[in-house]
Design a binder for this molecule. Structure first.
Ligand SMILES: [Ca+2]
Ligand SMILES: [Ca+2]
Length: 72
């Protein structure tokens, strides 16, 4: 999936904002916020794999761009 439609981009943005709003709503999603959103669906090992894959610059946060990159 390399070409995303405007509609898909908007959905991705809404997803990320939803994770952020679980936490402090500062516009970035920390790993803690991400964990809070996903812990009921996946186990710790899977969470760690997702984090390693998505958090490219290893700052412990998932930016919109990093999240977007993980989807494309
Ligand atoms: Ca946040
Ligand atoms: Ca990051």
């Amino acid at each position: 999936m390399s070409q995303l439609t405007a509609e898909q981009l908007e959905l991705i943005k809404q997803e990320l904002e939803a994770y952020d709003s679980e936490g402090d709503g500062d516009g970035t999603v920390t790993f803690e916020e991400f964990t809070a959103a996903f812990a009921q669906y996946v186990d710790d090992d899977e969470l760690q794999r997702i984090k390693d894959r998505v958090d490219k610059n290893n700052d412990g946060k998932i930016s919109y761009q990093e999240y977007l990159d993980s989807k494309s």
